[in-house]
Design a protein around this ligand. Structure first.
Ligand code: ATP
Ligand code: ZN
Length: 467
């Protein structure tokens, strides 16, 4: 049984999904007005390990992470740089997507706010009709916090202590009401709405996009701990007010990556870009470093920590190399008593790895268990060369790597590469055909066909598929 720490209620709960066998997860992605940094990377990799583990346990997982592509910060950056807000968004969204993929984080859908304006307007309209929101004289629409009795439960604070700091404060019924729709101001981008020109507030986007794709009730909603208030508190108030249903089962929040004791943050100007860190350390070492702490514990950036992670990861890779070497020798017909003891020890460590992961995705303890297996490889298997022990241990490393993603995923990677290589060959063959060099292009076709790859020619282009 998997146990999850739920921010709502601040307690551990047994994990069960709304729909059997499928986990629906929405994580708040970045506002794209600056380079993606290693702090973001921490949050995204933390969820990545969670998703990978859930998949390993047999769940289907739908994983959505939005891109906030309209926001005050984007508009300000455009003003400062003399660029259009669209240019800012295109440039930084590209940086985010490229680096996310280099970090081996795979998302199923990256919904963008500006592609969901109609849905956002409908959502707000629904809240107005139900008496949870009001249109102010400026044309801004605010959520009436007093209409949602559970406000404050998620972040565990009293609403009177809050001032949402929205503009046009005077027109709000209460200082803690927050904007769903922001009326247009000259020089800003806008969309037409029943309340005049304007643009969506920040919180409404995630409520709208998550429910559009995952339904009115889903399993995991997350992000960094900075999002608990006001972002997630407000998202929850809006959504549950509209649907009248309990919205999210598990609210999960990742602790900060700090630098010199402060949260790494674009707005504080203390960022190390993911791009630079990937160049310097590579995805495997970064991921290893992130996952060597529990996702709810803060981590501190330091060069030494990353160097240490590099050394520790190499130790695991060395252990795998030894195991592969032993396995080349082939199965034996007899195991000594001592070998059987070692085999059982390794099985126990693999079980403990799984227990750690199922205990609120405790990657830190899980990693310790894998190192204990590596120690057994160096101290025992390397000498005994027991095939069965090596085979069990290698399976343990395979399971570990499915969750952590810090070593070459040989099969998977090889396949991805094969696709790219075949595409390249077909492209060259297309050029040869354009130049009417048919003897060469025929030769390529027959080589590919002899490897089970069927080439499909049309007049000016060829494609391929496996036979
Ligand atoms: N230092 C950090 N450590 C861990 N997670 C972070 C950190 N900074 C941002 N995140 C998380 O990354 C995701 C995207 O963040 P977003 O772009 O909204 O960052 P932000 O907090 O506005 O950026 P910044 O604070 O850098 O200006 C969110 O889930 C956020 O909680
Ligand atoms: Zn969000």
């Amino acid at each position: 049984m998997i146990r999850v720490f739920n921010t709502l209620g601040r307690k551990f709960e047994d994990f069960s999904t709304v729909e059997n066998g499928i986990v629906k997860m929405y994580v708040c992605g970045p506002t794209v007005y600056d380079y993606v940094h290693i702090g973001h990377g921490r949050t995204f990799v933390a969820y990545d390990a969670i998703v990978r583990y859930l998949r390993l346990k047999g769940y289907n997982v739908i994983r959505i992470q939005n891109i906030t592509d309209i926001d005050d910060k984007i508009i300000n950056r455009a003003k400062e740089t003399g660029k259009s807000w669209e240019e800012i968004v295109d440039y930084y969204a590209k940086d985010y997507l490229e680096n996310l993929s280099l970090l081996k984080v795979k998302i199923d859908l990256h919904p963008r706010v500006t592609q969901h304006i109609k849905e956002i307007i409908d959502f707000i309209q629904g809240l107005i009709e139900k008496g949870h929101a009001y249109v102010a004289p400026s044309g801004s629409v605010y959520f009436d916090v007093d209409t949602y009795p559970h406000y404050g439960e998620l972040s565990n604070t009293k609403k009177d202590q809050w001032n949402q700091g929205e503009e046009f404060v005077k027109e709000k019924r209460h200082p803690y009401d927050f904007a769903l729709w922001k009326a247009w101001k000259p020089g800003e981008p806008y969309w037409e709405s029943p309340w005049g020109k304007g643009r969506p507030g920040w919180h409404i986007e995630c409520s709208t996009m998550s429910t559009r794709y995952l339904g009115e009730q889903f399993d995991i909603h997350g992000g960094g701990m900075d999002l608990i208030f006001p972002h997630h508190e407000n998202e929850r108030a809006q959504t549950e007010s509209l649907t009248g249903k309990l919205w999210v089962r598990y609210w999960m929040h990742v602790a900060f990556l700090n630098i010199r004791g402060e949260k790494m943050s674009k707005s504080l100007g203390n960022i190390i870009t993911l791009k630079d860190a990937l160049k310097k350390y590579g995805a495997d070492v970064l991921r290893y470093w992130y996952l060597s702490s529990h996702y709810r514990s803060p981590i501190d950036f330091s060069e030494e920590n990353l160097e240490q992670s590099k050394v520790s990861l190499q130790r695991l890779k060395d252990a795998v190399a030894i195991l592969k070497d032993i396995l080349k020798e082939g199965p034996k017909s007899y195991s000594k008593d001592e070998d059987i003891k070692v085999q059982r020890e390794i099985i126990q460590k693999i079980r403990e790895f799984d227990e750690a992961m199922s205990n609120d995705f405790d990657t830190a303890t899980a990693l310790k268990k894998i190192h204990e297996i590596a120690n057994i490889v160096f101290s025992k298997l390397q000498n005994s060369r027991d095939f069965l022990g090596a085979s069990i241990a290698l399976d343990g490393f395979r399971i570990f790597n499915e969750v952590f993603g810090v070593m070459d995923e040989e099969m998977g990677l090889a396949y991805e590469r094969i696709y790219e290589v075949i595409d390249g060959i077909i492209e060259v063959r297309n050029l040869l055909r354009q130049k009417k060099m048919y003897d060469l292009s025929d030769q390529i076709r027959s080589i590919l066909e002899s490897h089970g790859i069927k080439v499909l020619d049309t007049k000016d282009k060829s494609t391929w598929r496996f036979q």
